[in-house]
Design a protein around this ligand. Structure first.
Ligand SMILES: [Zn+2]
Length: 298
């Protein structure tokens, strides 16, 4: 009888715990992975976009509004990456907890040392989609640790009972990153100094970390398709500079890049930029592994 009572009690308490999970919604899969790593079994995590999609342009499906309506914490990239699609969804969710300025709204860029901040005021109407600096910061190990720390702090604020768990999980992640980082840097040493052209200006943080030299971009400005004059100049420049590699994400159109590569004698590397970019990239560590592998295998 006593054993039965104990079992029942466990069931009730266990059920209660499950109900009390913190609902986290992120805008990209990498942040969802970081939230799972830090939150463990105290959180339930969903991502609004997926690694094989262009995070600048996400289709605002009704199911995303429902996810946001249930969220206790929204983690977004910031720096206007999601400005074209996230604000109307948050508004539509009628969830006060995740509105700007609330503990449930985490702009993950807030502690990031931002690169490519324009020195002159950029008007978004001219088409540049990085007016506050480069929002593609999450692959760099330093930045992933910063974001994980921010997520841990917010989870602690929203769910104080989990403070110990969040702190321990964050520290485990930080330790694992430090260990892997040394391996990644060693493996990537042969490509240090390599000249590259990228399709979109989304590799600045990786280039800075691994010492790649970005000498040009297929898009003349972030988000602006290249006119033929830009392409012709880029091809001539790449030949002169001996650039052998172009990086692009899978969701960008290949035709222009292939043309540039063909004429300039350069190879296109289709790079993963987020968790789930391909099915085998299941977490942050696999993402960085895949990026390093692609770079060194060219
Ligand atoms: Zn961008």
């Amino acid at each position: 009888m006593r054993a039965l009572l104990a079992a029942l009690l466990l069931l009730v308490v266990g059920g209660g715990r499950a109900e009390a999970k913190v609902h986290v919604v992120t805008t990209i899969d990498t942040f969802a992975d970081l939230a799972r790593k830090v939150g463990g079994d105290r959180v339930d995590v969903k991502s609004l976009s997926h690694g094989y999609m262009d995070p600048h342009f996400v289709e605002p499906k009704p199911s995303l509004v429902i996810d946001l309506n249930r969220a206790d914490l929204l983690v977004h990239v910031g720096l206007e990456l999601e400005i074209g699609w996230l604000p109307p969804l948050v508004l539509g969710s009628r969830n006060e907890k995740i509105t700007l300025g609330q503990p449930g709204n985490l702009d993950a860029s807030s502690q990031i040392p931002v690169l490519d901040v324009p020195t002159t005021k950029i008007d978004r109407s001219l088409g540049d989609i990085h007016p506050q600096g480069n929002p593609h910061y999450w692959i760099s190990p330093d930045n992933a640790v910063i974001v994980a720390r921010e997520i841990a702090a917010r989870l602690e604020q929203i769910d104080p009972a989990g403070a110990g768990t969040y702190k321990a999980n964050f520290e485990r992640f930080q330790g694992e990153v430090a260990k892997r980082r040394a391996e990644w840097e060693k493996r990537a040493a042969p490509v240090r100094g390599m000249k590259i052209v990228t399709y979109h200006k989304s590799w600045s943080y990786v280039s800075k970390w691994l010492g790649l030299q970005e000498v040009g971009y297929v898009e003349p400005k972030p988000g602006i398709p290249a006119p033929p004059s830009h392409i012709a100049a880029l091809i001539a420049f790449m030949r002169r500079e001996g650039v052998k590699v172009i990086l692009m994400e899978s969701f960008y159109p290949r035709n222009t890049v292939d043309l540039v590569g063909q004429k300039a004698g350069a190879k296109t590397l289709v790079m993963p930029s987020d968790v789930n970019a391909t099915p085998e990239i299941k977490d942050y560590f696999a993402l960085v592994d895949a990026v390093v592998n692609k770079l060194v295998a060219q």
